[in-house]
Design a binder for this molecule. Structure first.
Ligand code: CA
Length: 210
């Protein structure tokens, strides 16, 4: 992927090292080999209002606007609820992996759990799978659509190195969606086998999935 990746800022081609110094990166729009670099989140959101292939970024903006106001509250019940949802999905995914005799880290399992599932098979989640190592190795964190303020609740703070996305996922450097951000777009699904391409190895601390 890295060899063919082009990096663009304000419609101008830039080199990789310059691109990864920007605080906001969008990968997968208009295609999987393009990374767009932005000076700020607002600049990215404004760009997304005007283009068709920005997918659900306007929805993500809306989610963040509300979710960020919750940080100061007592979120212990939220944490318990989020953990139970992720545990349930992990269990379902495990079961499906055994039934289909597929490894947990395989792209095929991801597809069969999501958009290529049997017509009578309920969707396990609308998902993003985050992985501990490159090429979808190590531990897996499956996240359904929603706002995930702290990946440490699932033992996944500063762990993510690869991801498979069906839909859209934004990773943030800090908890509660602070610091640098990496927007990953995958329709119907895309594997990002090494986030190190964007200097995002072991960085993600929070996420939004849409
Ligand atoms: Ca972090």
């Amino acid at each position: 992927m890295s060899d063919r990746m082009s990096f663009v800022c304000n419609n101008r081609s830039i080199d990789r090292d310059t691109a990864v110094s920007y605080p906001v990166l969008v990968v997968g729009s208009p295609d999987q080999n393009t990374t767009l670099a932005f000076e700020s989140e607002d600049e990215c959101f404004n760009w997304a209002e005007g283009v068709e292939h920005a997918g659900k970024i306007p929805l993500i903006r809306k989610i963040l606007l509300e979710a960020r106001t919750r940080e100061a509250l007592d979120n212990s019940l939220v944490e318990a609820r989020q953990r139970s949802v992720v545990e349930r999905i992990s269990g379902d995914l495990n079961q499906l992996a055994k039934r289909l005799d597929l490894p947990m880290g395989s792209e095929e399992l991801f597809r069969r759990a999501t958009y290529e599932r049997d017509v009578l098979e309920p969707s396990i989640f609308d998902p993003v799978n985050l992985y501990e190592h490159e090429n979808y190795g190590g531990r897996i964190l499956p996240l359904p659509g929603g706002a995930w303020p702290f990946l440490g609740w699932f033992g996944f703070n500063d762990i993510t190195t690869s991801a498979i996305i069906s839909g859209e996922c934004v990773l943030y450097e800090n908890p509660w969606w602070g610091g640098r951000s990496l927007f990953l777009i995958g329709h119907p699904a895309l594997g990002y086998s090494n986030l190190g391409i964007w200097n995002w190895n072991d960085i993600a601390s929070s996420a939004v999935v849409a």
